[in-house]
Design a protein around this ligand. Structure first.
Ligand code: GYE
Length: 352
């Protein structure tokens, strides 16, 4: 008895210690289960931030990081709006960053997407070259990448899941065929000038090559001038004014890689005293409202369509990817070509 009563407090102390340890361990375990560890906390903070911005969404929503290349044209603005609207409509949380033509800024945006641990990264690359290292960083982070609009030229194409966008080479061929048809009856040399987009970008490279491939059939047609005007209205006007100054009435055709540059060029042609669409045949690419208006008015002769409304397709692809489905490596946007006759009809529904 005496012995036992002497040991009781010691045993009780042991029991309390053991109980305390059990509680501590289970507390830790519970803590691990409910409280996010560092990385997960970062992600949840990012999602919380996004939700605050979007004003909706669930904690388990898909988070898409989208690196947009800029806002140089009406096409680009429509493209951005399409992606933002479709994300909202699909309940996908969008982390949006606009690089305003800087590849370096696209790298920074992508690194911030990696830090925030977004589920998918979509990238509209300003130029084709120079993406290997950053795509490797994304791969290391285990985040799938969808390339949208323009393409990247990488050693290992398995770095990205899918490329969604137009066939720019085909667009160039369509523009070329239109010019050949239009000049079918003309004999003798006819001068052509070209306004190229952004140097090193897929649409500029491919629209140029597609056009040249068709033009090669008529060696009497002469490409007088071909310079980069960065897909902008102001540069289009400036470079066209230089062409007119150098070539004057030798210019029979203007092929512009996008509508904004063509619209700028129209102004330069009128200031020079020539009639756009009559003295100079104008073929452009995109199909924005402002260009279709000029097409209907006869100041542009043909517009090859390039559809900027890539949002719905991108959101569908993101969802399928997150459902574990395999995406096609290449998703091509179906497109047409507009003429004066079809422009009026198109204008009724055109939102951009
Ligand atoms: O044609 C042009 C824009 O990458 C397809 O970029 C896009 C092109 C588009 O600035 O207007």
């Amino acid at each position: 008895m005496h012995k036992m009563s002497h040991n009781t407090p010691r045993m009780a102390a042991w029991l309390w210690m053991i109980l305390g340890m059990v509680l501590m361990v289970s507390g830790c375990l519970r803590g691990n289960g409910t409280e996010p560890a560092g990385e997960e906390r970062g992600r949840q903070a990012a999602i919380g931030e996004l939700r605050g911005l979007a004003g909706e969404g669930e904690a388990d929503s898909i988070v898409l990081g989208f690196s947009q290349l800029g806002s140089e044209s009406d096409w680009r603005k429509a493209n951005t709006l399409s992606i933002q609207t479709s994300a909202r409509e699909s309940g996908i949380l969008l982390e949006f960053a606009n690089a305003e033509q800087s590849q370096e800024r696209q790298f920074e945006a992508i690194r911030s997407f990696i830090r925030k641990r977004v589920d998918v990264i979509a990238l509209a690359p300003v130029v084709e070259e120079g993406w290997d290292a950053i795509l490797e960083e994304i791969r290391q982070a285990g985040i799938p990448v969808i390339i949208i609009d323009r393409l990247v030229k990488v050693k290992d194409p398995s770095m990205y899941v899918s490329f969604i966008g137009s066939d720019f080479y085909l667009e160039g061929q369509k523009a070329g065929k239109y010019v050949l048809d239009k000049l079918a009856d003309i004999t003798g040399p006819a001068g052509i000038v070209e306004l190229k987009g952004t140097e090193g970008s897929t649409p500029s490279i491919d629209r140029g090559n597609g056009f040249r491939a068709v033009m090669a059939k008529r060696p009497d047609l002469q490409l007088l001038e071909s310079e980069y005007a960065d897909f902008t209205y102001d540069r289009g006007k400036e470079v066209m004014a230089q062409y007119l100054h150098r070539q004057g009435s030798r210019i029979r055709v203007l092929y512009s890689h996008n509508d904004d540059m063509a619209l700028g060029a129209i102004e330069a042609i009128e200031e020079y005293g020539l009639r756009p669409g009559r003295d100079i045949i104008i073929v452009s690419v995109d199909g924005t409202k402002r260009a279709l208006e000029q097409l209907a008015a006869g100041k542009i002769n043909s517009v090859v369509e390039c559809n900027p409304l890539l949002g719905p397709g991108l959101m569908q692809a993101v969802k399928e990817l997150m459902d574990g489905r395999t995406l096609p490596k290449r998703i091509v946007t179906p497109e047409t070509i507009f003429t004066e006759v079809t422009a009026e009809l198109e204008l009724e529904n055109r939102t951009y």
